[in-house]
Design a protein. Structure first.
Length: 77
């Protein structure tokens, strides 16, 4: 019984670590499935979390992580 409980806890922690995340300019961190959408002049980011779906533009994002790759925004004139 203890080994089954331990196995479940380990699997849940691995799943929590593997989640993607988005950091907004306000400092909020949203965890869940993150997608970069390339349409229009500015890239858009879609974050599906437990609380719902959030849409951002690249201007509203400080950094994001998709599949253990970290992307930081670069602002130019």
């Amino acid at each position: 019984m203890k080994t089954i409980l331990l196995f479940i806890l380990i699997m849940l922690s691995v799943a929590a670590i593997a989640q993607d995340y988005v950091v907004t300019l306000k400092g909020d961190t949203l965890r869940g499935e993150v997608k970069i959408l390339n349409y229009g002049n500015i890239d858009h980011i879609e974050a599906n979390t437990l609380k719902g779906r959030n849409h951002f533009t690249a201007i509203q994002i400080k950094a994001l992580s998709i599949e253990k790759e970290i992307y930081n925004t670069v602002r130019t004139e």
